[in-house]
Design a protein. Structure first.
Length: 124
């Protein structure tokens, strides 16, 4: 079941035109552009899982925020920036698929619903 979900999530990321997915290697950084925030994400392989570190700031002089999470196979981490009232948040997803760590470009939250493009999830 987890493998099916993961496969669907990756297919959803690949099919979404507004979103591109990239596989990271351990220790290699990936730039994040999430609304008004820029930063980097990388991971290291630890005994209890992949230790994912994301660091973001809203400018060169702004205090950065660091988020750290350890992911097991099939788990994901979402960084989300809320927008104005009535607008969808901007989300950046990090997914551990077996031995691979896959990151997506930041997209409006409704673009991908549980790893499936919104149009496909709604049947359109």
């Amino acid at each position: 079941m987890t493998r099916l979900f993961t496969a669907c999530a990756l297919a959803g990321l690949a099919l979404t035109s507004a979103s591109a997915a990239a596989e990271l290697a351990p220790g290699s950084g990936h730039s994040i552009h999430l609304a008004a925030f820029d930063g980097v994400v990388y991971y290291t392989v630890e005994q209890d899982g992949y230790r994912v570190v994301a660091t973001l700031a809203s400018g060169a002089d702004a205090l950065p925020v660091r988020v750290i999470s350890t992911l097991a196979p099939g788990q994901r981490m979402v960084l989300s920036v809320p927008q104005s009232l009535g607008q969808q948040s901007i989300d950046f997803e990090i997914l551990r698929n077996g031995d691979a760590l896959v990151v997506s470009d930041a997209v409006p939250a409704a673009t991908v619903v549980d790893g499936v493009p919104a149009a496909a999830a709604s049947g359109k």
